[in-house]
Ligand binder design. Structure first.
Ligand code: AMP
Ligand code: ZN
Length: 111
């Protein structure tokens, strides 16, 4: 998507160091961390909402969720972390390219 900030990062038009990358996803640091460690796992395929999911996108998300736990140690998340996907207006989704927040590096507050 032309004007999507995460597509721009994926295309390399906005610099953002990649902590992990493969054919399906990138993992970067969130620019405004809401916890001591705050990462974003961003699928390379542009779609905004879980409701847009089809078989192919489900496979991509499956691979994202399979990859994340293999990187826990490398990312400093071995003591645990919170996984969040904000959806739509009420969910506070600011970037309309689906992404998985990984928050950790400290004991997170209940919500
Ligand atoms: P959401 O509210 O779930 O759409 O989250 C969007 C997240 O993207 C926010 O936590 C922002 O801080 C983060 N963000 C926005 N622009 C960038 C960027 N250029 N690099 C890294 N993270 C970003
Ligand atoms: Zn996008």
């Amino acid at each position: 998507m032309e004007n999507c900030i995460f597509c721009k990062i994926i295309r390399g038009e906005i610099p953002s160091p990649r902590l992990y990358e493969d054919g399906d996803m990138i993992i970067i640091r969130d620019i405004e961390p809401k916890a001591k460690l705050h990462y974003l796992c961003i699928p390379k395929t542009h779609f905004a909402l879980l409701s847009e999911m089809d078989g192919e996108k489900a496979e991509i998300l499956k691979r994202c969720f399979a990859k994340i736990p293999t990187l826990e140690k490398e990312l400093g998340l071995e003591k645990g972390y919170r996984v969040i996907i904000n959806q739509g207006e009420d969910g506070g989704q600011a970037v309309h390219h689906l992404h998985i927040h990984l928050l950790g590096g400290e004991k997170l507050k209940d919500f």
